[in-house]
Design a protein. Sequence first.
Length: 30
Amino acid sequence: MLGYDHMEPDEAAVMETKQAKALENLGITR
């Protein structure tokens, strides 16, 4: 996830949501 920082909890939440959706689109679940 280029361009997304995760140093702060709120930033991590944004990045993780986008990451989960991207992986889901690829058929990869966690």
